[in-house]
Design a protein around this ligand. Structure first.
Ligand code: FES
Length: 112
């Protein structure tokens, strides 16, 4: 077990599989990463609590770029899945994770 933990409010995963790549997920991931750094939301920044990782297929290829988020809220695991994600939506999701506020509802396709 590591001696030092970084605080984490939630984890965002952006699909980088083939269809999502063709729909712009590499640029989305890069822009979101830069946003987390610039706004001090990244878990390794002072006060930041958001993790971001590239993922494989999230199962909604035709609706890419797709993004899912996992977090603990109110003692429960909360997950949300999004399709057709653009940068403004991704930034709002990251902010909601950082602030522990409600996740956006637009473009959310799961879980049911
Ligand atoms: S390729 Fe991204 S969800 Fe399948």
């Amino acid at each position: 077990m590591p001696a030092k933990f970084f605080p984490t409010n939630g984890h965002l995963l952006v699909c980088q599989n083939g269809t999502c790549q063709r729909l712009g997920s590499p640029l989305l991931f890069q822009a979101l990463w830069q946003h987390l750094e610039r706004e001090n939301l990244a878990y390794y920044k002072a006060g930041g609590t958001v993790r971001l990782t590239q993922s494989g297929c999230l199962g909604a290829c035709g609706y890419g770029p797709t993004l899912c988020v996992y977090r603990q809220r109110g003692g429960q695991l909360e997950e949300a899945w999004y399709g057709a994600v653009d940068f403004p939506l991704a930034a709002r999701i990251a902010r909601a994770v950082q602030d522990e506020s409600d996740l956006p509802t637009e473009h959310r396709y799961g879980p049911e």
